[in-house]
Design a protein around this ligand. Structure first.
Ligand code: NAI
Length: 328
């Protein structure tokens, strides 16, 4: 059908928004034949800046952009949306304790979860990019009892893409040779990028690398700390690459993953791989007909087990902290 797909973006006047909106509007999300209506949410003081961004969207005259609405009220902006990209979040500022950060984000994601519950379209897909992404997604999910839990995802696709890029450089192969990359766990420094189930030209990535010291002490920390390295180099956090990953996650969730490959998505656990139900954790996933499945039956060796367990333990701690605060 040619009815526009309604796509909400929160934090739309922020850095990620400035990359994200133009690519969504130009057709990078759902292709050139699907019109898009953008619904942009910001806090009141940022609405003026957002108006400027909308002027620039107008000035692109994108054929796929059927309309733009902006506002600071989630129950208006989210009305009838088919996709919601929750990018806006409260960053940690100097002197802020972890509890303060969780409370500030808790307020945002509680309100947005409730609003989505009340007014989003029945087929809504929700992806949280704003940090702490997994736990923010958990808060939104817990406040939206009428939306199936599996519609709440968090973003680990940027970590996935970073891992592919680092491995391609190490093996001196094009990124297109690399399949079945997996990020397990939390979008944080404890995340585990898995080369044991990854394939390069059909062969085991870990065997091709054949250097456990590099895998453990170079590859994993480089991927996990890439965000901090970007901040150190650029003076602000990754934005274009985060926007790209947000689009790729949503695009694949809507349109499917290619045969013979999978992607990393943080999704509500069904208990797969010993990750307790109730956590939103990153897994290898395939998508068909708009539904994802966690890839089953992969080998988890002792090294991988310990890494996954450590990241999942961190997610469980975050869950306990937001429970304690009454947010879930
Ligand atoms: P930014 O600070 O440039 O923009 C955030 C925007 O969100 C601001 O314009 C702010 O006004 C808005 N905002 C705050 N509260 C809001 C609310 N209640 N409703 C609507 N909008 C609200 O930040 P940037 O660089 O765009 O990053 C956004 C988030 O994405 C951050 O939390 C960042 O840590 C996270 N991030 C996540 C990545 C991932 O891989 N999961 C990668 C990179 C960034």
């Amino acid at each position: 059908s040619n009815a526009p797909v309604k796509v909400a973006v929160t934090g739309a006047a922020g850095q990620i928004g400035y990359s994200l909106l133009f690519r969504i509007a130009s057709g990078a999300l759902l292709g050139p034949d699907t019109p898009i209506e953008l619904r942009l949410l910001e806090i009141t003081p940022a609405l003026k800046a957002l108006e400027g961004v909308v002027m620039e969207l107008d000035d692109c005259a994108f054929p796929t952009l059927a309309g733009v609405q902006i506002g600071d009220d989630p129950t208006k902006v989210f009305d009838g949306v088919n996709m919601a990209m929750l990018v806006g979040a409260r960053p940690r500022t100097a002197g802020m304790e972890r509890g303060d950060l969780l409370s500030a984000n808790g307020a945002i994601f509680t309100a947005q979860g409730k609003a989505l519950n009340d007014v989003a379209a029945d087929d809504v897909k929700i992806l949280v990019t704003g940090n702490p992404a997994n736990t923010n997604a958990l808060i939104a999910m817990s406040n939206a009892p009428d939306i199936p839990a599996e519609r709440f995802n968090a973003l680990t696709r940027l970590d996935h893409n970073r891992a592919i890029s680092q491995l391609a450089a190490k093996l001196n192969v094009p990124v297109t040779e690399i399949k079945k990359m997996t990020i397990w766990g939390n979008h944080s420094a404890t995340q585990y990028p898995d080369l044991f189930n990854c394939e390069v030209g059909g062969k085991s990535a870990a065997e091709l690398v054949d250097d456990h010291n590099w895998l453990e002490n170079d590859f994993i920390p480089t991927v996990a700390k890439r965000g901090a390295a970007i901040i150190a180099a650029r003076g602000s956090s990754s934005a274009a690459s985060a926007a790209n990953a947000t689009i790729e996650h949503m695009r694949d969730w809507a349109l499917g993953t290619p045969d013979g490959d999978w992607v990393s998505m943080a999704v509500p656990s069904d208990g797969s791989y010993g990750v307790q139900e109730g956590l939103i954790s990153s897994f290898p996933c395939t998508v068909k007909d708009g539904k994802y499945e966690i890839v089953q039956g992969l080998e988890v060796n002792d090294f991988s087990r310990a890494k996954i367990d450590a990241s999942v333990a961190e997610l469980a701690e975050e869950q306990a902290a937001v429970k304690e605060l009454g947010l879930i």
